[in-house]
Write a new protein. Structure first.
Length: 407
């Protein structure tokens, strides 16, 4: 703890519990050594309280059964019986699980890289949609130009994210040059970020090191982190590292590599967006990778944002695209745009699509072509991905490696 914090804390302690401070500030406050001896883990606690589904029980029934009888109860959290996406099966279908099972798994699992809820379809559902009432887009991110194409046509863009310690998101770049914000409500996330020009080969675990867990964040921290944090690591690819705490919002600029490990149980919300700043890059990547979507977007801009049309028309499609808004910028993008050179619009819509359409967008789960895939069905192509299935953030990428549109 730094000196100033220590002084302030001690002042508060002196005022709040003077009797403890009399013995000397540390000895009084640490007499029993509970820091060492008392276990605060929830594991192993046997609960014997009635649990009630707070969404189902009527007020009348609650008063009758619990309040008027002075009976303690635990109103189960919302969404207990709601299903959330925690992965994808080999055919590309969402794997969903009820919140009550996942919540138990969160507190009671010993998996290396546990299941992770990463769900972008919650807002399509009448009950799960209520999650939208619980957060607001931070005021720094007012622009969202993909909204012009309409909610049902736009690529997936916001996710409810929840997972236990050791779960996380392997190293990747967010799709189509979009930037993102990620707000943490509970728990701690460990982040490492690298500039866009960092070569992918330096950031991915080598074959064999991690076998089936190649794309997992925990594998990255085990095998790659020691390399990137060595003194010889190039200054130009310098890692940015931090711990995100409850209430913190991370800003992830377009093109930046990032890897995220949950250090304990976390709940977060994240959104990808296209703003005035990243529009030239996002537009270019969309034209190249998602031509059909780009045509719809263009029409919508003609109608409602002629100012953006001007910018779109001035984007040089042949120039190496940097991630800054300045046209004179010389910073180079990742080398992945070729992976997006296909029109895969037909397959990015959503869970309700006919199986044939869903199948189209699949490549094998451990597709060597595209790189890798994490529990969230994340398929990456050169680390960068196209926004694809509505149900999956990084299905944001899966089209780019299906045979129909292989590079
Ligand atoms: O919270 C996480 O696991 C990271 C999410 C992320 O990188 C993303 O949504 O693009
Ligand atoms: Fe990301």
């Amino acid at each position: 703890m730094d000196r100033k914090t220590l002084i302030r804390i001690n002042q508060a302690k002196e005022k709040a519990r003077p009797e403890l401070c009399k013995e000397g500030i540390d000895s009084g406050w640490r007499k029993f050594g509970f820091y060492e001896s008392f276990c605060t883990s929830t594991e192993g606690i046997v609960e014997n309280i009635p649990r009630v589904d707070g969404n189902q029980i009527t007020i009348k029934k609650f008063i009758e059964k619990f309040e008027s009888t002075y009976t303690p109860c635990k109103l189960a959290r919302k969404y207990r019986n709601q299903k959330f996406k925690c992965g994808e099966d080999d055919d590309g279908y969402s794997v969903k699980i009820k919140m009550k099972y996942f919540a138990r798994y969160m507190t009671d699992n010993k998996d290396d890289s546990p299941l992770y809820i990463f769900d972008s379809s919650f807002s399509d559902h009448v009950k799960r949609k209520r999650l939208l009432d619980d957060f607001e887009v931070p005021r720094m991110f007012p622009d969202d130009y993909f909204s012009l194409v309409g909610e049902s046509r736009r690529p997936p863009y916001r996710w409810f994210v929840m997972g236990p310690g050791r779960s996380g998101t392997g190293i990747h770049i967010d799709p189509l040059g979009t930037s993102a914000w990620n707000s943490l409500l509970k728990g701690h996330k460990r982040w490492c970020l690298f500039p866009p020009e960092t070569p992918k080969e330096l950031l991915k675990p080598s074959q064999g090191e991690a076998w089936k867990q190649k794309g997992e964040a925990i594998t990255w921290f085990t095998y790659v982190y020691p390399k990137v944090s060595q003194p010889g690591w190039p200054e130009k690819y310098k890692m940015i590292e931090c711990v995100q705490r409850p209430g913190d919002t991370m800003f992830v600029p377009g093109g930046w590599w990032h890897v995220v490990l949950n250090l304990d149980d976390t709940v977060a919300v994240t959104q990808n967006y296209c703003s005035r700043v990243n529009f030239p890059v996002v537009w270019k990547k969309t034209v190249k990778g998602r031509p059909k979507l780009s045509r719809k977007w263009y029409k919508a801009m003609q109608l409602r944002r002629p100012d953006l049309i001007k910018v779109a028309d001035s984007v040089d499609m042949n120039k190496n695209d940097g991630y800054t808004s300045s046209s004179s910028s010389s910073s180079s993008s990742s080398s992945s745009s070729s992976s997006l050179d296909s029109d895969s619009d037909s397959v990015w819509s959503d869970d309700d699509q006919p199986p044939a359409a869903k199948k189209q967008r699949k490549c094998p789960p451990d597709c060597e072509e595209c790189g890798n895939r994490n529990d969230k069905g994340e398929l990456r192509n050169n680390g960068e991905s196209a926004i694809t299935s509505k149900s999956n953030p990084y299905d944001r990428s899966s089209n780019s490696c299906s045979p129909a549109n292989s590079r």
